[in-house]
Design a protein around this ligand. Structure first.
Ligand SMILES: [Mg+2]
Length: 423
């Protein structure tokens, strides 16, 4: 069977490891997206590439105790800003939810304790859990910072799975102090659903004979992969539960390949193997900020993001060949552009590339921008054969410049050298 392991309210559980007085209390982790990198005086940025999944936020400001003060979440006018990224079950009982405004959460639950995020702690714990699971189960795949899939076939007999995962859950609590929930089923997608049903701090196994009874009453939006637009589409077709979805195969499959795959996942007839390699496939950076219209400032922010991402790319020693920039505007508008380019990676070239992608992607010039993201993928090896030879010598020179900037930054920090265009 496949299993799915998910840490219960991870960021809160991590905070409780450091401070046990937070146990059994309404606690939430708040945070604005870290926009401090845009400050012209930015320093003390940290980078952590220890965990190699692309889900790991790469850049963050180092955690400081004073970040926990509610003052840290106030803007210049004294208004509490920011959203919650995680909340404890005690807080959820008051209606507090992930992605809720801090001020709204405080009005629902005035005793709510708000802590600042501590990314390096989360990475450490995530890494420790990954290592622990690798010792217990031969095939383990990390799916996000707090989620793992495992394959027990040939390792644990199906009838012994409930006992095995229950022991595992208690061992993880004992050894790492982390509460997890574990689900198991014959496919990874159904195992994930079992985990949701087991939360918090529980286990659930779904055997084939109980599959229909388990899956049919679940609301469609609870299934991973059914987002807002798919949910709307299903609702328009009078499909509200997974059972209703399973009965409407013809309708759902007529919506194209994505819906066809989705149908199979819900039906328990599609699975994907557990992939243990932690090979990073892409790397990206993005920031959400207060609505901003000034295009000069936006361009400056693209330069800053490009510099940070360039640092990580050089540190990982990969050569991306696909570059993607996306812009989120107010009023739910989005736009993106990407380009494939198989050439030697240099920071200067990457920087200009990002700026031109920004110009092309910025189609709603009258709208304010709230989010900028850059993502690089399709890594290739550093071989001349795979890369374009046009301008190879010039590129080599630029490469030298990039390399020396990189070594200075590794010594003195990402902010040690900035481009004039950022100033
Ligand atoms: Mg979780």
């Amino acid at each position: 069977m496949k299993i799915h392991i998910d840490i219960d309210c991870f960021f809160v559980s991590a905070a409780r490891i450091i401070d046990s007085s937070l146990e059994h209390k309404a606690v939430a982790i708040g945070g604005r997206s870290d926009t401090k990198i845009f400050n012209k005086e930015a320093k003390n940025q940290t980078v952590n590439l220890e965990n190699s999944g692309s889900f790991v936020p790469t850049f963050y400001k180092a955690y400081e105790d004073k970040d926990d003060d509610l003052d840290a979440f106030k803007d210049e006018s004294g208004k509490v800003r920011g959203i919650l990224t995680t909340s404890s079950y005690e807080a959820r009982a008051f209606g507090v939810k992930t992605a809720m405004n801090i001020s709204e959460a405080l009005s629902l639950c005035p005793q709510l304790i708000i802590k600042a995020p501590n990314m390096s702690l989360y990475q450490k714990l995530s890494h420790a859990l990954h290592q622990f699971l690798q010792l217990k189960i031969p095939l383990i795949e990390q799916a996000s910072i707090d989620e793992f899939y495992g394959d027990l076939s040939g390792w644990v007999e199906d009838e012994d799975v409930p006992q095995f995962i229950d022991n595992l859950r208690h061992e993880i609590k004992r050894e790492l102090k982390l509460p997890v929930s574990i689900g198991s089923a014959h496919t990874r997608y159904i195992a994930k659903m079992a985990t949701s049903a087991a939360k918090p701090f529980g286990c659930k196994t779904i055997y084939p004979y109980e599959f229909d009874k388990f899956i049919n009453p679940i609301h469609v939006e609870k299934f991973a992969g059914i987002g807002k637009s798919m949910k709307e589409r299903l609702r328009a077709a009078q499909i509200h539960t997974l059972g209703e979805l399973r009965k409407r195969r013809g309708t759902v499959e007529s919506w194209g390949p994505y819906a066809q795959e989705l149908y199979k996942r819900v039906n328990g007839t599609s699975d994907a193997p557990i992939i243990t390699s932690s090979q990073r496939k892409s790397i990206g950076i993005s920031r959400t900020f207060d609505p901003l219209h000034d295009r000069t400032e936006l361009k400056r922010r693209v330069h800053v993001l490009a510099r940070h991402l360039s640092f990580a790319i050089l540190k990982l020693e990969v050569i991306p060949t696909v570059f993607h920039l996306s812009i989120a505007y107010e009023m739910n508008q989005k736009s993106h552009k990407n380009i494939s380019l198989a050439e030697i990676f240099t920071e200067k070239k990457f920087d200009s590339l990002c700026i031109s992608l920004f110009h092309e992607a910025d189609v709603h010039k009258r709208l304010h921008v709230i989010r900028l993201s850059i993502n690089c993928s399709s890594f290739t090896r550093d071989s001349k054969k795979e890369l374009s030879l046009i301008g190879f010598c010039d590129e080599q020179k630029m490469k030298k410049l990039t390399d020396s900037a990189q070594s200075l930054r590794e010594k003195y920090g990402i902010d040690a050298i900035k481009w004039a265009s950022e100033m």
